[in-house]
Design a protein around this ligand. Structure first.
Ligand code: MG
Length: 388
């Protein structure tokens, strides 16, 4: 822990400015930008989609004043200071704010070292980051066409979602395709009509059609979006085993980690969960009891690179692999940070990738790039991303 008497005395990497920027074409991304005395800058994503202004306030009112004068080199120390110092621990608002600071400090450390962040994390454990795209359609033929276009682009993994007959709208299905927006931010949550019976009857036919048309030579994924009870999820997992899903995502809400035991007892279909988790305590039991196969926590919502690495390290001991959330409800700053971590950890599984629009990419110039089913963070020192 830091000794206040020696805190950043005479250090050129002392933090002198912390700015919270709320902007992005068509939505709010919250970006924290830190500046040090020697002129280095670092960025961190602080976007908590739909509740993003709460994080902006938390940063502005409580965190930024505490950062001024601190040594930017002390990443772990600053993480512990913000986590323990607030007395109130965990929670999405707190952990997203801490994530932004942590991400920005890694960015600064990389820039000052002249190295991309993945080198500071131990270097490459693989050549590229395997990503999955989203194929969705109002009906099965439309999904089959979408899968084809992702496979044509070189994707090695595709998530499929389909409209359910008799339901006015279904999660994950939209008119937009390549730039589909899964979680439109709004002050008021939307309400939807749902039928578990119709869904369970219809969705196995989607996997059957996809495998019949496109074969088994790519990873097939599906998101249940927390809509089933544990026994319903167990029934679905068991029913679709022959279609060899790479993962079945968010089969049931995870507030009760115990609930996953029931699913596990009935099916060998791999389970992924965790995009709403914000700390290691949300998944401790899921990981240590091997109740899941993939942990989907992200840099921006789970306390930054420092804390997410801790989660992935725990997961590695239990043969649970990473599968970070990467929808367009997080900014290119988080995507860049995720790629550096994905590249360096030994138990990487898969990274979600939804393309930001050209307008968003213009606001957040970045060095990461896609080719043949993989994302690459690039060799720019730091995270290789900025905000214009
Ligand atoms: Mg999900």
């Amino acid at each position: 822990m830091s000794d206040p008497g020696t805190q950043a005395v005479g250090s050129g990497s002392r933090i002198i400015d912390a700015k919270v920027i709320v902007t992005c074409p068509g939505r709010n991304f919250v970006t924290l930008k830190l500046t040090t005395a020697d002129g280095a800058t670092g960025v961190g994503d602080a976007t908590l989609n739909g509740r993003e202004l709460a994080v902006a306030s938390y940063l502005q009112d409580h965190v930024c004043p505490a950062l001024i004068g601190r040594d930017s080199a002390r990443i772990e120390d600053t993480w512990q200071y913000l986590y323990k110092g607030a007395y109130w621990r965990r929670g999405p608002v707190t952990m997203t704010a801490i994530a932004a600071v942590d991400t920005a400090l890694w960015d600064i450390k990389g820039k000052l070292a002249g190295l991309p962040v993945y080198e500071l994390l131990g270097g490459r454990a693989r050549d590229g980051v395997t990503v999955y795209g989203h194929a969705n359609g109002r009906d099965i033929p439309e999904v089959l066409d979408e899968v084809a276009s992702y496979l044509d682009l070189g994707y090695k993994a595709v998530r499929v979602q389909v409209g359910v007959p008799g339901l006015p709208a279904t999660y994950g299905v939209s008119d937009d395709k390549l730039f589909y927006e899964p979680a439109v931010a709004g002050v008021v949550p939307t309400e939807a009509t749902w039928s578990t019976t119709r869904y369970l009857r219809f969705v196995p036919g989607l996997f059957k059609a996809v495998r019949e048309k496109h074969g088994f030579d790519f990873h097939l994924l599906h998101d249940v979006h927390h809509r089933l009870t544990p026994i319903e999820a167990a029934r679905l997992g068991k029913r679709v085993e022959e279609f060899q899903l790479y993962w079945l995502e968010d089969p049931t809400p995870a507030e009760s980690q115990d609930a996953f035991r029931l699913i596990r007892q009935h099916t060998t279909t791999p389970i992924a969960v965790g995009e709403v988790f914000n700390s290691i305590w949300d998944c401790q039991q899921l990981i240590t009891e091997q109740l899941i196969d993939f942990i989907r926590a992200t840099v921006v919502h789970a306390g930054g690179i420092t804390h997410l690495r801790r989660i992935f390290n725990l997961a590695e001991l239990y043969q649970v692999r990473s599968g970070s959330h990467g929808a367009t409800d997080l900014s290119p700053v988080c995507m860049a940070a995720a790629l550096h971590l994905d590249l360096a950890i030994p138990n990487f599984g898969l990274q979600e990738y939804m393309r930001h629009t050209a307008a968003t990419d213009e606001v957040f110039p970045h060095s990461y790039w896609f080719a043949d089913g993989y994302l690459h963070p690039g060799e720019t020192p730091g995270l290789g991303v900025d905000i214009d």
